[in-house]
Design a protein around this ligand. Structure first.
Ligand SMILES: C[S@@+](CC[C@H](N)C(=O)[O-])C[C@H]1O[C@@H](n2cnc3c(N)ncnc32)[C@H](O)[C@@H]1O
Length: 235
């Protein structure tokens, strides 16, 4: 980490380029670490191809009729998320930030055994409605939809798979400690938009403080907007 702290002193454009380069180097090391932890990921390209074929037409429809490519979970991250679900076979899924991700989890559930319970949550009721309307067009209505406030009233916990992609980046960071507290003993949390330097720095700190483990997923999830995810695991 000494290298990264040196980068903090390099200003502006150059500092950002060096940080991005170090993240890419770290992502390559992380890919080997992930493959040791999850041997199924050694055949990631093959697993990803099959899922991409299923998701791509629905993704194109979502970003052209309901939302945008900038706001929706990227196709790359969606495919990785779906592959992870097939590996972890979660029973309880928390989809924080409804939208295309809500379709991805329900498409996974179509063939999953055991069938997961899916909770799709948003802080904006209008986006819950748009999501519900979209996925009804694909007969993917299973699971639950509710606002973040209603969700909190239910005192739910022990989620095996959590996507944290809720609201603005301010909301995202503010709610991260709560979200991390909702993961089950062997569960995982996927953090979208971790390419944002400040969010990444604070998220890494919060993950460490909670005793969880942070993984850079740039090598699996980098998209055309230079966005990528991180994965938080409990061991
Ligand atoms: C990054 S988006 C969540 C994306 C979602 N997980 C998906 O896969 O489409 C974060 C929040 O922005 C809001 N949102 C979603 N799409 C939007 C759009 N096209 N324009 C403005 N806000 C949007 C929703 O309230 C959502 O919780």
């Amino acid at each position: 980490m000494g290298g990264l702290s040196q980068v903090k002193r390099v200003p502006g454009f150059l500092g950002r380029r060096i940080t991005a380069f170090l993240e890419t180097m770290n992502a390559k090391t992380e890919r080997s670490r992930m493959e040791k932890k999850l041997p199924e990921l050694r055949s990631y390209d093959q697993l990803a191809n099959e899922i991409t074929n299923r998701l791509q037409p629905i993704y194109e429809k979502y970003i052209t009729t309901i939302s945008t490519g900038v706001m929706a979970l990227s196709l790359e991250s969606s495919v990785f998320m779906s592959v992870l679900c097939s590996i972890f076979q979660p029973r309880k899924i928390l989809d924080l930030g409804s939208g295309f991700s809500s379709a991805v989890f329900r498409i996974y559930a179509e063939t999953a055994n055991p069938k997961p319970h899916i909770y799709s949550i948003d802080d904006a009721p209008e986006w819950l409605e748009k999501t519900k309307e979209f996925i009804a067009g694909y007969q993917l209505e299973g699971g639950q939809f509710m606002t973040w406030d209603v969700f909190l009233e239910q005192n739910q916990n022990s989620f095996d798979f959590i996507l944290h992609d809720l609201g603005s980046m301010v909301t995202r960071e503010m709610l991260l400690p709560t979200v991390l507290s909702l993961v089950s003993t062997n569960g995982v949390v996927l953090l979208d938009d971790i390419h944002k330097t400040n969010y990444r720095k604070n998220a890494k700190r919060m993950v460490k403080e909670t005793g969880l483990i942070y993984h850079n997923l740039k090598s699996y999830t980098l998209d055309g907007f230079n966005r990528y995810c991180a994965l938080v695991t409990t061991e």
